[in-house]
Design a protein. Sequence first.
Length: 327
Amino acid sequence: MRFKRILVTGGAGFIGSAFIRFGLRNFSSLEKIVNVDLLTYAGCKSNCQEVAHDPRYLFMQGDIRHEAFVQTLIEQHAIDAIVHCAAETHVDTSISDPKIFLETNILGTFSLLEVVRRLPHVHFHHVSTDEVYGSLEEGVFSEHSNYSPNSPYAATKAASDHLVRAWAKTFSLSTTLSHCSNNFGPHQFPEKLIPRMILNCLSRKPLPIYGTGINVRDWLYVEDHAEALWTILEKGTPGETYNIGGENEKRNIDLLHNIIHHLGQFPEHDPDHLKSLITFVPDRPGHDLRYAVDCTKIKDQLGWTQRHPFPEALQKTIAWYVLQCEA
């Protein structure tokens, strides 16, 4: 393991907690993970419950914009790498209330980079999104695709990407950057499409789909994403960017039918009734038609590949939410 003492921002969130759980389960040489999270609405300490008693794990509630706080943690715990997962990510909220996206995604990243500028021995990995590239009609996004963000969320992530590259170049920092496609899996906050549709099905609520449901997303199981991030930490080249995708493109309407099909295997869930709950609602402003990323670089250069077939991963995800509802 190249880095043994890691600070994770947003580690009580969906992707950050998956990254932490994966690392503590799979790397005995890992000495320390410090999880820094402000615990806003989408962060939950229980997402790391299964590793909470691991002596290598430490949770600290705090704001990444407070540079002195972050720097003290790095120095006290001899941190040698930061994995920056903390972000506001819900596109709908970025449309209705964009200011917090600027504060967290741009100013938060800026503050972390300023700390690393003072402590240049610390490597900085920035977790970004394929949404910075904009919308696709055909083909796939590569690491060299032009940026063309279409939502306030995507614009703030694009801005933070540019800060990382600029600080790395200007101040000779060690950085890597990754762009992931749409994640799904257990522990995801139910504002996102897959958990929202699962929970609405379970409670027999309407299943709202934007427009006609033809928008296409590439779905990446969060466990595969976590493994990709650890692979970049272990084998990635400083200064490089890596695209991480699931290579599972689905139209939103087809994805919803997949969820209904899986739930329909249980006698208490009538698939015909669930289908009757599908409601098409007015499309949101700036809604990108399609995303897809080329994963060739991370596969060929670092040896990563997806391990979880989409149908099995979706079934695991549904089963987790069913258990949560029954608990």
